[in-house]
Ligand binder design. Sequence first.
Ligand code: ATP
Length: 241
Amino acid sequence: TGGAPLLELSDIHTYYGQIHALKGLNMTVNPGEIVALIGGNGAGKTTTLRTISGMMKPKTGTVTYQGQNVTGVPAYTIMQRGMSHVPEGRRIFPQLSVRENLEVGAYTVRDRKVIAERIEEGFNLFPRLRERENQLGGTMSGGEQQMLAIARALMVAPKLLLLDEPSMGLSPLFVEAIFDIVERLNKERGTTILLVEQNASMALGIAHRAYVLQTGEIKLSGAAADIAADESVRKAYLGDE
Ligand code: ATP
């Protein structure tokens, strides 16, 4: 099919002080793909997403988004260009209602009518949120908060959605529901998705391609089905003996 990648990381090195968290990362995400980034604790998955969305600046290397060099561009500006990041641990506003959380998610959107339409779309995607639109975010269950965090990220109608461990701490039913929505967003809206997950089997089940990260380096990449069949991956991340 050709065409330029939507996102490209080229030789990214990111540090926390002296800690060298990302060691020469190269990755691409093509338009329309779901790409899974898997790896164990401390591998650098969250750091990768933070580096992409502008929350952290790499020491060296380049992040290219929609053909433009966005390395060091502030998160707010990157978001205005259609990239949305659902951080680890959700971080919804506990003291604001569901509806208010969604309104805050639209802070880069000026048009009130567009905001109202997108809230409606969010409620259609997650009917549970509509039932709870006046409930305070902090009083919702973990799964409901994850739904709210995703709906909030969708308020900017992202072309690229970064999801950091959406299944963390959720019961199996909620995990199913969240992965289902991620697949639907990709299929129905064409949203490109970069999915970070510890739940490697679920992530590989919906992804087109995957990268395996280990101590800040890509160890393996390829079609998700091939990664899922790889013996070293099965042993390390899929619980095979
Ligand atoms: P997990 O699945 O456990 O969240 P991860 O793959 O997302 O792990 P990161 O959170 O990106 O990994 O961490 C990568 C490395 O950077 C780890 O060695 C971690 O200890 C370190 N690190 C992460 N955040 C900080 C921080 N705020 N200050 C210092 N070191 C950090």
